[in-house]
Design a protein around this ligand. Sequence first.
Ligand SMILES: [Zn+2]
Length: 76
Amino acid sequence: MDGNKHYVCCFCDTFIEPSNGDPCEVDILINFDKPKNKQSNQSFYCHINCFKNQLHEQIKSYFYLECLVECEDSID
Ligand SMILES: [Zn+2]
C-alpha cells in the first residue's frame, strides 16, 4: 500500500483517514466456485466500521478483525 495515497470508502464515499484498522481493502472474487479462468477479482477500500455495519446482524458475530487490531495496539 502506498502511504501517500488517499482512499475513499466504497460504502460512505468519504476519505479514509489512516487510523486503527483503516483503511481496509475489500477484495471480491467473482465465480469463486468456478475454475480459475472463469474467476475475476477487484479491490475496493473502506472504513472497517462501514464494512462491519453492512453485515447482517447474525454475520457480525463472526467478525473478529477488530479484535486483531486492538491486540496489535496493545503490543505497542
Ligand atoms: Zn466509510
